[in-house]
Ligand binder design. Structure first.
Ligand code: XBP
Ligand code: MG
Length: 255
């Protein structure tokens, strides 16, 4: 029985990666670095979850000797702090909308008293900047748990952040449904045993989602329905009834 929904943030609640990339590049300029991450490069770098981990990975690619010098960790902290400030300014105040269906589904789940949680690798300030405007300043109260980069050290594809969410929810993995956009997210949720629905973005569309319950372009909305009817959904958008059917294994019976 479906007893809780666990949402990833970046790419899932909103299409954030262009803003992350722009914020990294602005931070490089602030910090006097000549790095500039193009969209194709950033798409590859997204294989490494977490901004600081991504910075160290790139440093090792372009300057393997320099990346081991003392002071690198401190420099990464400095770049990342600047990046977080730029990102907050770029998405805050509702400048970046939530993806189709997210607000509607959160509202449905809340009305049905279905517990919600967040499992992300991103920095807590980023989540607040993104959600404060569309969900209100009390947005945290909508979620039983907000698990983020401050909650767990090992980032996706490690399952740790999902285990933290399950502990907070007090539910077995099989009773939850994760909503993710990336292969790293899928691997993390599946390693924790959680059935997972994938809504990719342009940054993750080419990734492999073999073990997903379902892969959909987005959750859809009455104003922006999915391109085609999906077995198990009454309309061309994902509602709670459809999620329950898919989760409880009725996908094909309902077709
Ligand atoms: C995606 C990520 C994040 C962001 C950068 O996280 O890898 O690290 O790209 O955020 P998810 P930070 O999809 O799990 O939310 O720079 O704050 O780490
Ligand atoms: Mg994501």
């Amino acid at each position: 029985m479906l007893s809780a929904l666990i949402f990833d943030v970046d790419g899932t609640l909103a299409d954030t990666e262009s803003a992350h990339r722009a914020a990294f590049n602005a931070a490089f300029r602030d910090c006097g670095m000549d790095w500039a991450w193009s969209e194709p490069l950033y798409t590859q770098l997204l294989d490494v979850a977490g901004g600081k981990e991504r910075l160290l990975h790139y440093w090792r690619l372009v300057d393997p000797a320099g990346a081991d010098r003392p002071g690198v960790a401190q420099k990464i902290e400095q770049i990342h702090a600047a990046k977080t400030q730029h990102y907050e300014a770029m998405v805050g105040g509702g400048k970046l909308p939530l993806r189709p269906g997210i607000l509607r589904l959160l509202g449905e789940a809340h009305a049905a008293r279905l517990p919600l949680a967040i499992a992300t690798t991103t920095t807590p300030a980023n989540v607040d900047a993104l959600l404060r405007s569309p969900l209100g300043s009390g947005w945290r109260e909508l979620f039983v748990a907000v698990c983020d980069a401050s909650t767990t050290i090992a980032k996706k594809p490690a399952p740790d952040v999902y285990f933290a969410a399950l502990r907070a929810l007090g539910l077995p993995a099989g009773q939850c449904l994760a909503i993710e956009d990336s292969r790293n997210g899928l691997l993390a949720a599946r390693a924790a045993g959680i059935p997972t629905l994938i809504t990719p973005t342009a940054y993750t569309a080419m990734q492999k989602f073999d073990d997903a319950l379902l892969v959909l372009p987005h959750l859809g909305d009455p104003e922006l329905p999915m391109p085609q009817h999906i077995p198990g959904a009454d309309q061309r958008w994902v509602d709670l009834a459809a999620l329950r059917r898919w989760h409880d294994g009725l996908l094909f019976e309902a077709a």
